[in-house]
Every structure is written in C-alpha cells, then in structure tokens.
Design a protein around this ligand. Structure first.
Ligand SMILES: Nc1ncnc2c1ncn2[C@@H]1O[C@H](COP(=O)(O)OP(=O)(O)OP(=O)(O)O)[C@@H](O)[C@H]1O
Ligand SMILES: [Mg+2]
Length: 339
C-alpha cells in the first residue's frame, strides 16, 4: 500500500477516509452547503452540518448521498473533492482510491461513485462491497470456507450479509436505519405531545436514551421543541419506554432483515453463524440494548465490532493489500474498466 492510497466509506450520514497506513484520517458528516445564487460551495462536513435547519433561504444545505448511493452527482463530486484535498493537504497526489459500495448497487450507481473518485483526481479506482469491507475492518478472516454474518446499521441503510471465502453468499438491505429511527422519534413526539423537534434533537435523544432491552419509565431526558398548539418553545420529559415505543417498528424491521438472511442462507453456513455469532458495525450498532435484543429475539450471539463506526472505512483502506484475493468484492466494477 502506498502512502497516498485513499480508502473511502461514502456513508449516508458520514464520510470517512483512510490514507496509507495511517488508518482513518477524516470522519465528517456527508453534508455540503452552497450559495444557490452564485453556486459557490460554502462549507462541507461538520461545518455544513452545523448549518442544517439554521440556513437562510439562499443557502442550500444538502446531503448528496442517500441510502448509501450518490443522489446528486455534482454536489457529491464537489464534496468528495473537498475532502480529498483536505486529507492530502491540498497537494495534487493523484491517489489510488478504494471506495466501498452497498452490495445491491446498480451498474449506473457504481459508475457514479467511480466518476466521483476520478473527478477528484484519482488515477485508479477500485470498488469493494461494503459487507466485505466491514468484515476486514472488524478483523475477521473471511478467506476460509466458513460463514460469518455482518449487520451494518448506518444512517440510511441496514445491510445484512453472510460472507464466506471472500464473497457475499446472501445479503439483504433495508432502508430502516439511524435516520428512519430519528424520524420515528420526531413523529411520535409530534403526535403524543404536539411538540415539533428537529432532526438533531431526535438523534441526540436516541443516542442518550435508547434502551431496547429493558426500558424503564423512570429514566428520562428533557426534550425541547416548538409547541404546535401555542407556537412557542416548550419542553417535555421523554422516557426510555416512550422511546422504545416510538422506534419499535424500526427495530422489528431490523430483526426481520437479519431473520430473512438466516432463512435464505445455506444450512451449513447457518450452523457456522450459530457458533460464531454475528458482528454488528456502523453507528446504529451502538443503539442501547441492541445486542441483548438480538440474542433474545433470534437466539444468536452478537458482538459489536471494535471501533464499530470506523470498521467499514478501515476495511476499505486495508483492501489495497488484498486486491487479488478479494475479486468477488470488486465484481460490480471490473477493475480493468476503470484503470
Ligand atoms: N451511540 C449511538 N447510538 C445510536 N445511534 C448512533 C450512535 N452513534 C451514532 N449513531 C447513529 O449512527 C448513524 C450513522 O452511522 P454511520 O456513520 O455508520 O452511517 P453511514 O455509514 O453514514 O450510513 P450508511 O452506511 O447507511 O450509508 C446515525 O443515524 C447516528 O445517529
Ligand atoms: Mg456505512
């Protein structure tokens, strides 16, 4: 691996980059802000995220990645270019880039990702399937004829896959993930308390209060918003039990996605997973009580990967050393096509 090699995890909520052997060198929200009158880029990442919900009309704050794929080509290209310039210290290095993509990505979508990397000056672009990257990043040896299961819960999608012999055997992806959970919290509080709260408040409540295993009425956090009845600022106390109720359907959908992959997988591999347990990655894996809930609902052991939030990015960066053994992970964009 060369020092200038860049690995990119292009997430719906966050973009993470690795460089050479340095590991993750950038982790910022996948957000870009620009002036709609002049088209000038005003900010990317954390700085743009801070502007969400606080911007005047002529400033657009956009998330150009939806459900793990590029939804706005030009803005995604600009955002990626800005981040690459940031990690390379504004030097023109023409790096090799590995980008991870969801396992269900279409040819057109993967082409958009490759174009984004090329427009940022890359001389060679590789794609790797996200579940494979997550496994490598979690330190699992996936080269053997043994089944391993990964559940990556991000902002836009929950991806479940069984991997064996460096390839994805069965996978399933749903659009229920961190963002859906935030929206469910907003809706619940709006219906029950007639209180309107913002996305960032909902996310904070989720992170601080979530208990999917044994929620209680007594543990609460204060939540501030605007009363829909009076139009004025108001505050409520919101409990673990209420949060559990608000996101119960989303949690159920995640459990069903895992169940589906287990049902579709060849029985030999399911046996391996019963022995190995499943591995959780992504920001959503940190939902309080999730591992215990999976064990109780599905009867399989489950561990959160070390540094779960950075696993996919780390694995993406580490893939430079494995380009020959990981052919299955690159199958959606024939490498030679983009050299
Ligand atoms: N401690 C936590 N508890 C619960 N959720 C969390 C926690 N920390 C982060 N999250 C959630 O994780 C999500 C972001 O995770 P991640 O960065 O893995 O997503 P992503 O890779 O950008 O998205 P995707 O993989 O779907 O494209 C957000 O919804 C965030 O609210
Ligand atoms: Mg992700």
């Amino acid at each position: 691996m060369a020092n200038t090699d860049i690995g990119i995890d292009l997430g719906t909520s966050n973009i993470r980059m690795t460089m050479g052997n340095k590991g993750v060198v950038l982790s910022e929200p996948s957000v870009i802000a620009y002036n709609t009158r002049t088209d000038r880029i005003l900010a990317v990442g954390k700085e743009a995220y801070e502007m969400i919900g606080k911007n005047p009309e002529y400033i657009a704050v956009v998330k150009p990645i939806s459900d793990g794929v590029i939804s706005d080509d030009d803005l995604a290209h600009s955002m990626i270019r800005e981040f690459i310039l940031k990690v390379t210290g504004h030097q023109l290095l023409k790096p090799r880039i590995v980008i991870c993509v969801p396992s269900f990505i279409t040819e057109i979508e993967s082409r958009a990702v490759v174009e984004a990397a090329r427009s940022a000056g890359s001389r060679q672009v590789y794609l790797i399937q996200e579940p494979i990257a997550a496994m490598i990043g979690a330190g699992v040896n996936i080269s053997k004829a043994r089944g391993h299961m990964i559940v990556d819960i991000g902002g836009g999608t929950t991806d479940v896959a069984i991997v064996s012999m460096n390839g994805v055997v069965t996978s399933h992806s749903i659009k229920t993930a961190g963002n859906t959970i935030d929206r469910s919290i907003i809706k619940y509080i709006q219906n029950k308390y007639k209180l309107l709260i913002g996305e960032r408040t909902a996310e904070r409540v989720k992170i601080e209060l979530c208990n999917l295993y044994d929620p209680s009425d007594e543990t609460t956090v204060p939540v501030k918003g605007r009363s829909l009845l009076k139009g004025l600022p108001a505050q409520i106390d919101f409990s673990e039990t209420e949060l559990f109720e608000a996101i119960e359907d989303d949690t159920f959908a995640i459990m069903e996605a895992i169940r589906k992959v287990l049902e579709d997988a060849p029985p030999e591999l399911v046996g391996d997973i019963y022995d190995n347990g499943l591995i959780l990655t992504g920001g959503g894996s940190l939902l309080g009580g999730l591992t215990q809930l999976i064990k109780r609902t599905l009867g399989i052991n489950c561990n959160i990967a070390k540094d779960a939030i950075n696993c996919v990015a780390k694995g993406t960066g580490m893939a430079f050393d494995k380009t020959t053994t990981l052919l299955d992970g690159f199958e959606h964009a024939p490498v030679s096509q983009y050299k």
